[in-house]
Write a protein that binds this ligand. Structure first.
Ligand code: PDD
Length: 284
């Protein structure tokens, strides 16, 4: 079935959506994006995603295509027109259309593209029950991973490397320490304490991460924000990832070594339920 998508002010059937070949998103990956999940037809943590988008745009000196209020109404319109109960809204802003030149154009207006993806069963995915397997790979991305740019070729390659090894995802390693997953934040649990890398330029400041750490703190679970190694992860009691599309998903194997007892851990499982419950209450 054809979706209705949004391109620069227009709601149109996906077959009719067009972007210029001169769009800097296409030529230079000069663009940023956000992914907001939808549960029960409502947006999860829209405000967090809108704020991070604003920050990404500011960091890259890129114009804001619409204000937050308009952004929310486009999200809602797309969810409604496409009857999304469970799924996501993808949004991308690029610097716009200009003749190819490495220097930023002086006058280009930003391109805003948004579309939905229906994902029935998102809140109850098989991976949440079974857990996932990850491998470790070197982190070969640029140094500003805190900006959510569309430069996703290396994360895609990482995912393919994982699949080639019969795993689901890859955790990336820099200077001996785990940065994050290809499209998620990474955590281990040791002696009931959650260990996850502190935010900085090295990782994306996950919107799900922030919520999950807040819920963990409310449950009086200890949290240590610091880098950890794969060796430490292999000795952990549990491991898990978070993102807007995986919520909290247990990791049961790293580089072929079983973590804990090889089953989804109790901390990850509890945090997933709390996250889903609380996020649904706050969804708009
Ligand atoms: N990815 N780290 C990276 C590199 C990511 O790409 C993502 C999200 C996260 C988690 O951030 P959040 O909790 O705000 O979703 C961490 C999205 C889901 C994607 O690329 O599809």
């Amino acid at each position: 079935m054809s979706r209705t998508v949004y391109v620069n002010g227009h709601y149109i059937p996906e077959e009719e959506a067009k972007i210029s070949i001169f769009d800097r998103g296409f030529l230079f990956a000069d663009g940023v994006y956000e992914v907001t999940s939808v549960l029960n037809g409502k947006l999860i943590d829209f405000e967090g995603h809108a704020k991070r988008l604003e920050r990404s745009l500011n960091e890259l000196d890129m114009d804001h295509p619409v204000n937050t209020e308009e952004l929310l109404s486009i999200h809602r319109e797309l969810v409604s027109r496409n009857n999304i109960e469970e799924g996501l809204v993808y949004l991308q802003v690029t610097r716009g259309v200009a003749d190819r030149d490495f220097a930023y154009p002086k006058s280009a207006s930003p391109t805003l593209v948004m579309f939905t993806q229906a994902k029935p069963g998102l809140s109850n995915s098989p991976q949440a029950q079974t857990g996932i397997k990850v491998i470790s790979i070197p982190d070969m991305r640029w140094d500003r991973r805190d900006i959510k740019t569309v430069q996703l070729l290396y994360p895609s390659m990482g995912k393919m490397m994982a699949k080639a090894k019969g795993a689901d995802d890859a955790w990336m390693i820099e200077d001996g320490f785990v940065t994050e997953g290809t499209s998620n934040n990474a955590y281990i649990v040791k002696n009931s304490k959650i260990i996850t890398r502190q935010v900085g330029h090295e990782i994306l400041n996950g919107i799900t991460r922030r919520a999950v750490l807040r819920f963990a703190a409310e449950q009086n679970i200890d949290i240590e924000e610091r880098p950890f190694t794969i060796e430490e992860a292999l000795e952990a009691d549990e491991a898990f990832i978070t993102s807007a599309t995986t919520f909290v998903t247990p990791v049961i194997e790293i580089d072929g070594t079983v973590i804990g007892n090889g089953q989804p851990g109790s901390t990850a499982t509890a945090l997933r339920s709390i996250y889903l419950e609380e996020s649904l209450k706050a969804a708009i």
